[in-house]
Design a protein around this ligand. Structure first.
Ligand code: SF4
Ligand code: SF4
Length: 427
C-alpha cells in the first residue's frame, strides 16, 4: 500500500457522531467510534460525498490559501474550465482571465487549453487501441482511485495520458521560464480546483512521477476574490484566452467524450452512477463501446464540492459561453506527443483484502461470515460501521470488537444480569 494522501479530513470538534456520513461513503471508508467519525484513509477516494452530506459541516477538503502566491516571484494561474460556469452573464472568458491577473497572478494558462491537446491525443489513442475498448477516461482522479482499489480488472482500460491539469502545469512552467528567465523554483504554478480529488492528485500524482503544480486554491475562495474585480468593469479586457469549445466543454459531463468526434461512447456522472457503469463493465455488458467518460461529481467538474454554483446552472452557463468560441483554440504538436503519456504504472491497490495470503484470506472470510450470522443484519450503523459485514471485517482486521454491535452488547448484558440474579439468589 502506498502513502496515499487524502484531501478530505474531519474537523473533530464539529463532529456529532450522527453517522449520516458512514452510509453515504461509496467505499465504506468512514467509521464512528467514541462519538466521532474517522476516515480510513486507504479506503477514501476523495469523492467529497461526506462533505456534501454532513449536516454539521464536520468534513472539509484541504487546499492552499491564496497567500501561497507570496512565496513565488512569478505566478501562473491554472483555472479549471468549470470556473467559467460560476459567474452570471459571462460572455467572454477573457474577463475571468483578466480578473485573475488583477487578483495578483502574473499570467494565466487555461486548463481547457491543455484539454484540447489531450482530446487530440485521445482520438488517436482510441483509434489505435481497439483491443482495449472501451477506453476509460482518467481526468477524474476519484474514478482512477476507485478503479485501483475496487475494479482491478479494469485498469488495462484506463487512458494512459496526462490529465489536462498536469499538461497545463508543464506548459505553463516552461512558458513562464522562457518569458521571465527565472529558475523553476521562483515560479509558482497554482491550480484553481473544483474538487478535493484534484488536490489529492497533485500530492499523489497519477501516472506521472511528480506534479508540476505548486499550490491548489479552492474555486469557491477564488470566486469570492474575483467577483469584485468582475463587478467593477475591468477597463481593459486582455485577449489572453487560448481555448475553444472543445476545451471549455471538459468542465461538464460529456464534454471530454464529445470532443472525440465518435458516437459510440458513454458519459456518466455522480458517484453511484459511475459505480453502476463500472460494475456493468466488469460484467462485460459494455464491451461494444469505444470510450467511457466518468466523472465522480454530478454534472461533471461543475459539480465539485469546491464550486459555488448549482452544477446544472453552471453547465448551462458553460454551454452559452461555448457558443461564441471556435471549435478548438489549441492543437497537438505532433513532435512531442509521446511526452504526454503516463510514465508510471497505475497499479491495483488491494486495500480491502483481509488476509496476508490465500489461505489466511479464506480463513478470515469464514470468520467474517460466522460473525455476520450472529449479527442481526439490520445494517443500522449504531456500531459506527456502515454495515454488519463492514463491522465483521473490522473485527477480523482487529480494529473493532463484537460488543460494538449494540444487539450483541444487549445479549451480553442480559446474560450478565441473569448471572448476577442467579448468584444473588444463591447467596
Ligand atoms: S455526518 Fe459524519 S462527520 Fe458529520 S457529524 Fe455526523 S458522524 Fe460526524
Ligand atoms: S471523501 Fe468520499 S470516499 Fe472519502 S470518506 Fe468521504 S465519502 Fe468516503
Amino acid at each position: 500500500m502506498n502513502n496515499f494522501f487524502n484531501s478530505v479530513k474531519l474537523k473533530e470538534e464539529l463532529c456529532m457522531g450522527c453517522i449520516n456520513c458512514i452510509k453515504r461513503c461509496p467505499t465504506q471508508a468512514i467509521r464512528v467510534r467514541n462519538g466521532k467519525a474517522f476516515i480510513v484513509k486507504e479506503f477514501c477516494i476523495d469523492c467529497g460525498e461526506c462533505i456534501r452530506i454532513c449536516p454539521h459541516h464536520a468534513k472539509e477538503a484541504t487546499y492552499d490559501s491564496p497567500k501561497i502566491m507570496e512565496r513565488f516571484e512569478y505566478t501562473v494561474a491554472l483555472p479549471a474550465p468549470s470556473l467559467y460556469g460560476q459567474f452570471n452573464n459571462l460572455d467572454d472568458i477573457n474577463i475571468v482571465l483578466t480578473a485573475l491577473k488583477k487578483m495578483g497572478f502574473d499570467d494565466v494558462y487555461e486548463v481547457s487549453s491543455a484539454a484540447e491537446i489531450i482530446s487530440d491525443l485521445t482520438r488517436g489513442y482510441v483509434a489505435a487501441n481497439q483491443d482495449k475498448w472501451p477506453i476509460i477516461s482518467t481526468a477524474c482522479p476519484t474514478v482512477v482511485r476507485l478503479i485501483q482499489i475496487r475494479f482491478p480488472n479494469l485498469i488495462e482500460h484506463l487512458l494512459p495520458i496526462y490529465a489536462p491539469v498536469d499538461l497545463a502545469a508543464i506548459n505553463a512552467r516552461r512558458m513562464a521560464m522562457e518569458k521571465t528567465g527565472l529558475p523553476s523554483e521562483k515560479i509558482g504554478i497554482i491550480f484553481i480546483s473544483p474538487c478535493p480529488a484534484k488536490v489529492t492528485a497533485v500530492k499523489s500524482p497519477i501516472g506521472i512521477e511528480k506534479s508540476e503544480i505548486d499550490g491548489v486554491l479552492a474555486m469557491k475562495d477564488v470566486y469570492t476574490i474575483l467577483l469584485p474585480y468582475m463587478k467593477e468593469s475591468i477597463d481593459v479586457v486582455e485577449d489572453i484566452g487560448r481555448s475553444g469549445r472543445i476545451g471549455i466543454g471538459w468542465g461538464s459531463s460529456g464534454g471530454e467524450a464529445g470532443a472525440l468526434l465518435i458516437d459510440n461512447y458513454l458519459a456518466a456522472d455522480g458517484i453511484e452512477n459511475i459505480i453502476k457503469v463500472l460494475d456493468d463493465l466488469e460484467d462485460q455488458k459494455l464491451e461494444q463501446l469505444e470510450f467511457i467518460e466518468l466523472n465522480a461529481c454530478s454534472g461533471g467538474c461543475v459539480g465539485g464540492v469546491l464550486t459555488v454554483e448549482n452544477p446544472y446552472a453552471a453547465k448551462v452557463k458553460l454551454k452559452r459561453l461555448r457558443k461564441y468560441l471556435p471549435v478548438a483554440g489549441t492543437h497537438l504538436d505532433e513532435k512531442d506527443s509521446k511526452d504526454k503519456f503516463w510514465t508510471e504504472d497505475v497499479l491495483y491497490e488491494p486495500v480491502f483484502k483481509i488476509g496476508n495470503n490465500m489461505h489466511d484470506s479464506i480463513k478470515k472470510m469464514a470468520r467474517v461470515e460466522e460473525l455476520c450470522d450472529r449479527f442481526p443484519a439490520l445494517d443500522c450503523g449504531s456500531c459506527g460501521a456502515p454495515s454488519c459485514k463492514a463491522l465483521a471485517e473490522d473485527i477480523v482486521r482487529g480494529v473493532a470488537k463484537e460488543e460494538d454491535c449494540i444487539h450483541i452488547l444487549k445479549d451480553y448484558i442480559h446474560k450478565l444480569s441473569d448471572e448476577l440474579s442467579r448468584l444473588d439468589r444463591k447467596m
